[in-house]
Design a protein around this ligand. Structure first.
Ligand code: EPZ
Length: 430
């Protein structure tokens, strides 16, 4: 099996370009089939979750033309009313956005229950509550969600929890319902705003995305558009924390610094220098960093998708840090692997208590999910000696050219398959 071979110890330095946001792209590609006219989408990241959703929409009849690596033209005029239950769709979380888009456009959807990273229970009751409020009948049958509506009627919906997925799904269905929908306690993440901007560019009438209250006046049809997806806030954050962990100096380009403020604030608090310009951030770490407390929260709070990466940095910082995970209950699975690299971390419920050590040592470790996998790569880059990171298909779900981008910053990392290739890497890296 392919794995990453890493030799740690090099401070990362230089410039890196951030790709389009995976989680925005999943929603936007699902929404692109709502128009019968051609939609052109730029800055689509080339990662496996995106390839899966593209295949899913192609399988139900969308015409998908690849203009270049990151640009697609999509036409959803000939979509067939078929259940969506391909194996690859089961693996990705974003496949459930096809319920919102198909229900909005055709008033009917039949989609397999979503998969995605195993980071907790991940219920979908808020999505179902929203669809029902709009007048759909929703049932779960044979592993599929079936949503049916003679007519969708706008409604006033109060979300019981702040959910990115439910906000996005309800926004898509409501944008083609009759009349006005108001979503209260909506998620405010950048990709919620990006989807609203995309839908509006096709003719939707959505106001308030990025605040707690989103107002959607339904329209009958969408027209074609050209749209460029926002940069990936979590990919950018991952490189920011990789710079911090390796005591490097990295300029992360093609970002929206506003989306990174909770990350920049924590990095500065623990002793990094962070410089922002219009579309870049530079992170410099010259000395051992300090401890802190951090709690994950919905945007604009500290993102749960950055929790493993900050824990890896705090594991090398002086003093005792506390990391509290308040979004998903099963997001500390990487701690056992990090402990094998010498970290001192104790997990109690949803809290990790981290006693900083002065160094990690390389080890053979498994990526337990996407973000934790990336965090363990950061740990390996900061560690003394060689590491092997297995189960990298998790990482490839959401990071485009991860080893290549790290290598351009001076990291010694390669994707290898056999024992022989591993030995060659170790010989070359010395
Ligand atoms: C999205 O997941 C992202 N996935 C996740 O990124 C991210 O961690 C998460 O939002 C939080 O920011 C995609 O965009 C594809 P939620 P989602 O609904 O939509 C509870 C990554 O690594 N909840 O905002 O599934 C839920 O259990 C992935 O890229 C309900 O109770 O997350 C959780 O505690 C991992 N009922 C909280 O809400 C519901 O119906 C937030 O979940 C829905 C959610």
């Amino acid at each position: 099996m392919e794995h990453y071979a890493v030799k740690g110890g090099n401070p990362l330095s230089g410039e890196v370009e951030i790709s389009g946001a995976k989680n925005a792209a999943l929603a936007i590609l699902a929404a692109s089939i709502m128009s019968n006219e051609t939609v052109r989408i730029d800055n689509v990241p080339d990662v496996s979750d995106i390839r899966a959703i593209l295949r899913a929409i192609e399988n139900i009849g969308a015409v998908v033309e690849r203009v270049d690596r990151h640009t697609f033209k999509i036409n959803g005029a000939l979509i067939k009313d078929a259940p969506i239950d391909d194996d690859y769709v089961k693996k990705i979380r974003g496949s459930y956005y096809l319920i919102g888009s198909l229900l909005g456009k055709y008033k009917r959807a039949e989609v397999t229950l979503p998969g995605g990273c195993n980071i907790g229970l991940r219920p979908i009751d808020q999505h179902i509550k929203g669809f029902r409020a709009l007048g759909a009948e929703v049932r779960v049958e044979h592993g599929m969600i079936v949503a049916d509506a003679g007519d969708l009627q706008g409604a006033h919906i109060y979300m019981d929890v702040v959910s990115v997925g439910a906000t996005i799904n309800i926004m898509m269905a409501a944008s083609m319902a009759r009349g006005m929908t108001i979503i209260e306690n909506a998620a405010k993440e950048p990709h919620v705003v990006d989807l609203a901007n995309f839908l509006n560019s096709m003719g939707a009438q959505i106001k308030g995305a990025g605040t707690d209250v989103i107002r959607i006046r339904g329209v009958e049809r969408f027209h074609g558009t050209e749209y460029s997806i926002i940069p990936d806030q979590i990919e950018a954050g991952t490189f920011m924390f990789a710079a911090a962990a390796t005591r490097g100096d990295v300029t992360i380009k093609n970002v929206i610094p506003k989306h990174l403020e909770s990350l920049s604030a924590k990095l500065m608090e623990i002793g990094c220098q962070v410089e922002e310009s219009d579309d870049a951030v530079r992170v410099v770490a010259t000395k051992r960093l300090n401890h802190t407390h951090v709690k994950t929260l919905p945007y604009p709070g500290f993102p749960t998708d950055m929790q493993p990466q900050i824990a890896v940095v705090l594991g090398l910082s002086s003093g005792t840090s506390i990391v509290t995970e308040s979004i998903f209950e099963n997001r500390f699975k990487y701690v056992d692997e990090l402990t094998r690299m010498g970290a001192q971390v104790k997990v109690e419920g949803n809290t990790a208590i981290i006693d900083g050590v002065s160094r990690y040592t390389g080890a053979s470790i498994m990526a337990p999910d996407l973000r934790a996998g990336a965090a363990l790569v950061i740990a390996a880059l900061a560690a003394d000696g060689f590491s092997q990171i297995h189960d990298i298909y998790y990482i490839e779900r959401g990071y485009e050219d991860f080893p290549e981008k790290l290598r351009s910053l001076g990291a010694e990392i390669e994707c290898v398959e056999t024992e022989r290739e591993q030995r060659k890497f170790e010989f070359r890296a010395g």
